[in-house]
Design a protein around this ligand. Sequence first.
Ligand code: LLP
Length: 404
Amino acid sequence: MSQQLTSEQLVEIADRFGTPLYVYHAEKIKEQYEKLTAAFEGCNARFFYACKALTNINILKYVKSIGCNVDCSSLNEVLLAVRAGFESNRILYTSNNVAFCEIEGAKEQGVHINIDSLSNLKKFGEKFSDTYPVGIRVRPNIMAGGNLKISTGHSKSKFGIPLENIDSVLQIVKDTNLRIRTLHIHTGSEIKDVEVFAKGIEVLFDIAKFFPHLEVIDLGGGFKVPYKPGEKGTDIQALGKKVAEEFNLFEKLYGKKVEVWFEPGKFIVSEAGYLITQVNVLKQSGETLFAGVNSGLNHLIRPMFYGSHHEIKNISNASGPEKEYTVVGNICETDTFAEDRMLNEVSEGDYLAFYNAGAYGIEMASHYNSRFKPQEILVIDGEAKLIRKKDVLEDLLMNQVEVL
Ligand code: LLP
């Protein structure tokens, strides 16, 4: 049965800790991970949680404890993963457009590395030759993902080494005696269509013949989770079947078995997270009834940045009559969370819960308008634990040097 925190549980947590706050549900994270391992059973698959979605150290430790590996997009994420106790062979580093010294930093940690530019590949080869096998991130020229901002594999995208540059990759490999162990793609976020992954597999299998040291095909992340009621996510069962078929075929064709890796972020943590806010002000303006909450784009930017939909529920009044509200934040920008949304009748002081807020929520939060970030709570074994405390004014001044 799917794990969800009830409105009553969320209200209790909000009463106890105060709002705004993010609440994460550990067992839901585990449920999502187990869905993946079940769907890809027999595929020789490994999963690396894309921790850019949510890096609270407790989440990293929990993800480790359930057996999942971790994918990092920066050296700092690698260092956080190390701090959380991940062994180096459970850490993957897939960055883009970074300075070579960052890649060297990751190498010092002994983690798996995917390189996404010819220049860094060349530098790596010249310095380390065949002593440290790496992966290359290929831009497969596939359009995919929920919206253009989160599409990364198309022919105008900044990510990865363009497929048409494979000859240059091979030249570098030849000149420097580099070993390419992994071929990687990540075509976007919120990819519903299994066929997109199939296309990616086709592209990588097609160039696999050039890489005799190949051991891993890394298909990145991007599994879609349902954000709206009734919406469907990626059919991971169907994808598991497809991957099994394709990789068996690969084995027959090339006479060797390769592992398949995935880097899911949203799939692991999105549905495990809730943002709980409180209504400061109700404001009638012509036809529009605004519910102004004690949060904004400084806490959850996805609706404003990507036009993303997050379900919102008045958890203080779970059964009252419904009315239409435009839910907005308190930031000096037009930070509209949702327009004309039906909610159970709202009073000032009510708690509004935003669902599917675990991924890219707090992680993309800021101190804009000199407002504090939300606290974070982890519910584990039925217990709510504070995992990020309230900011104080000093946090806003942190690292500033007062010279005047
Ligand atoms: N692997 C790589 C190389 C990535 O760039 C990403 C996400 C992932 C894995 C994980 O993708 P996921 O499974 O979470 O879709 N802030 C945006 C999403 C940006 C994703 C960036 N890269 C959002 O809130 O929709």
